[in-house]
Write a new protein. Structure first.
Length: 417
């Protein structure tokens, strides 16, 4: 028996089956990970946009080790030296207001939701407009904000106060506004929703609508923030200034931390007693996030994300032209989607077989989220693996099988455009 199957057996006995994991990974370095049986993979998922400076970056490891030996946690009943420094680093790179720290993306979005409600309370406004195909987390409020029925099913009754509109469709958002509306929450690039960047006219329109109707404009930057799109934050690709945004995933480079960052307008809406968290913004978490931000700056990873993202998309487009089942390559920076005209799970498995980790999302999209310090050689290698896996898939699809795969292939060819 392989070591991986031992791990799997123990896991299945004692861990709730909320996921169906594939590999048992035991070691990582940069953009490479190893499984328990010694197989090596190029990691173009980065823990779903989390290990943005690569696995075990020496500076990040050193910062965490050092702080762990000095002071890990004091609670927010005490000042700690690193929390205000991290807040300053985030504020100065964005909205110029204040931050609240928590531990995850869902919690960060909860904080945005509570902030909007408290701000709108005296006017009796509480409804938040979110987008179809969005993803905002798995708590009751954030799964209600999430525009996907599959995450809500079975958990009804859902909390009140959320209204859905269509992403990239300004008229549908306008139609959703009423006298109870307090805020609009949007992703600059929908990640789970299939790597869909927002159109500039849509974001501009939202900002204009918010100004006219006195609504708050919030961005969920949990996945597309912290350098992922080649800017510090995804909204900075557009000429708008939101009222606040949420962060998590990449902020700690693998250490759990979430945050909201506000403009000065909302900086003092929360007062003592309004919102709280035991773990948010511990010295240890802040040391990790500060190290991540220093690394991004010192190693010029925003530029790297832009340049490598473009290079990767260019090579994928060349690959795409060869295969009838690829519909489109889209993305922003190092958030890249390969859009198929059929379910992507089989291709995800073939990529893995050839040593590349990426994730099928929104059913028909392969999502690539490599670390922001990825190099040209690895980008080329990943594109070669995609080509190889697609070639193998094409052969499989063309082969007449027991479930009549050839019929499927004919259907594919017809659907080419
Ligand atoms: C992952 C994600 C979340 C949820 O973050 P958790 O840390 O899993 O709670 C929220 N919004 C977006 C855009 C995400 O990608």
């Amino acid at each position: 028996m392989s070591k991986q199957s031992d791990i799997k057996t123990l896991h299945e006995q004692y861990v709730m089956p909320t996921y169906a994991p594939g590999l048992a990974l035991v070691k990582g370095r940069g953009a490479t990970v190893w499984d328990a049986d010694g197989n090596k993979y190029l990691d173009f998922l980065a823990g779903i946009a989390v290990t943005n400076v690569g696995h075990c970056h020496p500076r990040l490891v050193r910062a965490i080790r050092r702080q762990a030996g000095r002071l890990m946690h004091v609670s927010n009943l005490f000042y700690n030296t690193l929390q205000p420094r991290l807040a300053e680093a985030l504020s100065k790179r964005s909205l110029g207001g204040k931050c609240f720290f928590c531990n995850s993306g869902a919690e960060a979005n909860e904080a945005l939701i509570k902030l909007a409600r408290l701000w709108g309370h005296t006017q009796g406004r509480y409804e938040i407009i979110t987008m179809r195909n969005s993803f905002h987390g798995r708590t009751l409020a954030t799964l209600t904000a999430t525009g996907q029925a599959k995450v809500q099913k079975g958990f009804e009754p859902l909390p009140a106060g959320f209204v859905l509109a269509d992403y990239n469709d300004l008229a549908s958002v306008q139609a959703a506004v009423n006298d109870k509306t307090v805020a609009i929450l949007v992703e600059a690039v929908q990640g789970e929703g299939g790597v869909r960047p927002a159109r500039p006219d849509f974001i501009k329109g939202l900002a204009e609508l918010c100004r006219r109707k006195n609504l708050l404009l919030f961005f969920d930057e949990v996945q597309c923030g912290v350098g992922r799109t080649g800017r510090w934050f995804g909204y900075q690709r557009y000429d708008v200034e939101p009222d606040a945004f949420s962060l998590a995933k990449g902020l700690g480079g693998g250490f759990p931390i979430g945050a909201i960052v506000t403009s000065p307008k909302l900086a003092d809406v929360f007062q003592p007693g309004n919102h709280a968290t035991t773990f948010g913004g511990t010295p240890l978490a802040c040391a990790a996030a500060l190290a991540v931000m220093d690394i991004i700056e010192d190693e010029r990873l925003l530029d790297n994300a832009r340049v490598m993202g473009e290079a990767f998309m260019e090579s994928l487009k060349k690959v795409a032209a060869k295969y009838p089942f690829i519909r489109e390559v889209r993305g922003a920076g190092l958030m890249v989607g390969l859009v198929l005209n059929q379910p992507a799970k089989e291709l995800e498995a073939l990529l893995r077989k050839h040593g590349l980790i990426a994730l099928a999302t929104a059913d028909t999209v392969i999502r690539f989220l490599p670390p922001l310090n990825i190099r040209t050689a690895d980008v080329r290698k990943a594109a070669r693996i995609v080509d190889k896996a697609c070639a193998e898939w094409l052969t499989q699809l063309a082969k007449p099988g027991p479930d009549d795969q050839s019929a499927r292939f004919k259907h594919l060819k017809l659907n080419r455009d």
